[in-house]
Design a protein around this ligand. Sequence first.
Ligand SMILES: NC(=O)C1=CN([C@@H]2O[C@H](COP(=O)(O)OP(=O)(O)OC[C@H]3O[C@@H](n4cnc5c(N)ncnc54)[C@H](OP(=O)(O)O)[C@@H]3O)[C@@H](O)[C@H]2O)C=CC1
Ligand SMILES: CC(=O)C(=O)O
Ligand SMILES: [Mg+2]
Length: 760
Amino acid sequence: MTTEKQTFSDDEALHLHQHPQPGKIALMATKPMATQRDLALAYSPGVAVPVLRIAENPEAAYDYTAKGNMVAVISNGTAILGLGNLGALASKPVMEGKSVLFKRFADIDSFDIEVATQEPNEFITVVKNITGAFGGVNLEDIKSPECFIIEAALQDLADIPVFHDDQHGTAIIASAGLINALEITGKKIEDVKVVLCGAGAAGLSSLSLIKSLGVKHENTTVVDIHGVVYEGRTIDMDQWKAPHATKTSKRTLAEAMVGADVFLGLSAKGVLTPDMVATMADKPIIFAMANPDPEITPEEVASVRSDAIVATGRSDYPNQVNNVLGFPYIFRGALDVRARRVNHEMKLAAAHALAQLAREDVPDEVAAAYQGRHLKFGKDYIIPSPFDPRLIWYIPPFVAQAAMDTGVARKPITDMDAYRKTLEQRLDPSAGFLQSITSAVRSRPSKRIVFAEGEDISVIRAAHAFKLQGLGTPILCGRENLVEENMRAAGIDPKEEGIEIVNARLSHRNAAYSQLLYSRLQREGYLKRDVDRLINLDRNSFAAAMVISGHADGMVTGVTRSFDKSLDDVLRVVDPAPGGRIMGLSIVLAKGRTIFVADTTVAEMPSPEELGDIAIEAAMAVRSMGHTPRVAFMSYSTFGNPTGERSDRVKEAVRLLEERGVDFEFEGEMPPDVALEPAMWANYPFQRLTAPANVLIMPAIQSASISTKMIEALGGATVVGPLLLGLSKPVQICQLSDSVSKILTMATFAAYDIRASAKG
Ligand SMILES: NC(=O)C1=CN([C@@H]2O[C@H](COP(=O)(O)OP(=O)(O)OC[C@H]3O[C@@H](n4cnc5c(N)ncnc54)[C@H](OP(=O)(O)O)[C@@H]3O)[C@@H](O)[C@H]2O)C=CC1
Ligand SMILES: CC(=O)C(=O)O
Ligand SMILES: [Mg+2]
């Protein structure tokens, strides 16, 4: 089931869902279970103590269990996305996905629960009896009109938020988009003529919410599968649709669209035609939100008019109106005040907050992510991007405040500023960071990246994903028959356009590459025949020669050969950049922070001068990735205490860097806790960092490599890289046997070209 603009194959989607373990979520213990005492406290007999407290007072469950940060995502699979009624079990991938998004974007723990019944009362009974275990319930992909009955009944029965996201999440995002689209077009909400296509869960709820914002009932026309929902219609009417019927002689969508200002599509693919769009009023607003394919594509709208504002539910067009912008933050705000429900005021607060956020200046980090795209409030930016890191601290306080103002908050927040700060800490920066690099690569002219180990199946998958995601043109280096055989094994058609295969042995360019390499190596002990052999047989030498000859823009290797061997191969062919420092930069993405660590791969024991060079190269790279570098030189000692030969070397590095007059903050020598925790600075009032360090320069390769690998192995953090810096051409070296997604990340960084990006 491949859709028109899909950027991945079905095989890849299945592979992701199956490997390295089936599914998308797992459970994490938050308490140690290492000793008998741990077990005695956490389980029997210790667990009896909170049990008795909760039995006495159910509210105590918020204090002694995970309830307060736990949302159940519950479906019966009767309206899975726009795919229809495919049953409870088939909806599990969507519900797991939703649970993961809760965690990723709002640090909310979530279980997916698929209830195998299509009978509303049975569904209500099941859910009613489990709500006590959760802080909130997100109902999902339940078809209308049953969803209305189910949600209303459960809201009455439960004293936690029960929120059908397809209805209200969608309504909130669509309303936010509409508020801004009206502002941009100068249209008044009380005047606009609105056509809603799709009188289902999402459609009717969206219409109700925009009416409460000021859209007049008589200015609306609802169209469902039978045509216009007019007053007096008898077929397929019900108590939810009927109130939205209007007095009109129009009977078809085409008739309804004539002179309309706004189209809200929550129905099915391709329902709206360019001809209909041509008949709309000036500056029409078209939200084609059906998933996975919209009612009309932005290209089709552009073919008939240039004055339209267009939004879709998809991430590959500007203006993504998708409920992922809402549910994590609405529930975050609701959970944090232990809300009893998500009421109308909380929905309006979320809609206005989203609309407002899109009007604010986009911070450097987000702007860096969308290079080439105009991220300024306007026609192509009416709503924040789902990867905007401000969403987590911006939206929930408005939702929480509305809950408090309307009396549904059990536990009001007393200090909103402090609350905002705790929200910032919840952001998982890995969600935004890699996306920002990917978006930047995608928005620039296509780069040709050579994958030196093109016969390896993981490399092939990564190259294919690189192409499908629109990141550039992959070139696979290897014997054609083997590459093709492994492509087929990976479910990829070798004849698919856009992937090149080059065979080092048979390439007509070998003579030129060999000559080039010989001119570099003839005084380094290499004979011409040695160089010929390198070009013919060594993939790294061949691929690197492609890059320096301009036949590729960047290179990825290292999956089948050790890092050191690969680096030696590359350095034989590619020069360091003028003034560049060959080194490794690892990126640690941990709760609320993005920390860059250097040199994690090359210099064994850098001298004080070299430590300065490493800091300068790292600061340049960090800036190119949209962050302001604040460098700390790592040591076991803090500003001279204790003293020792090793820490003196680091102290000297700081002193030498002062003489070089660099344009970034730096400080040291200090251990990581002092660098990262301002609370530790009280004893060092002279220290010069204005905020916690984000670039840690390690004293030697051992500490650099051990610390980053330990963080990764212990979990709780994502480590990207090490990225190779300091070369005149973008080459990235993976770790042995890296996964497809890690190889893809390294290819993306090769295409990002840190050095070129730093120059702007
Ligand atoms: N962008 C976003 O964030 C979201 C998008 N959606 C999308 O909205 C769509 C509807 O979802 P949802 O409301 O949950 O599902 P429902 O099944 O509740 O509603 C779908 C509605 O669309 C109607 N419909 C189907 N085909 C047509 C057509 N050709 N012309 C007019 N109406 C039609 C259906 O009519 P009938 O019942 O008579 O068949 C039904 O009323 C899906 O594509 C879904 O992916 C949903 C939620 C969020
Ligand atoms: C986005 C979503 O919830 C849907 O399409 O159903
Ligand atoms: Mg849905």
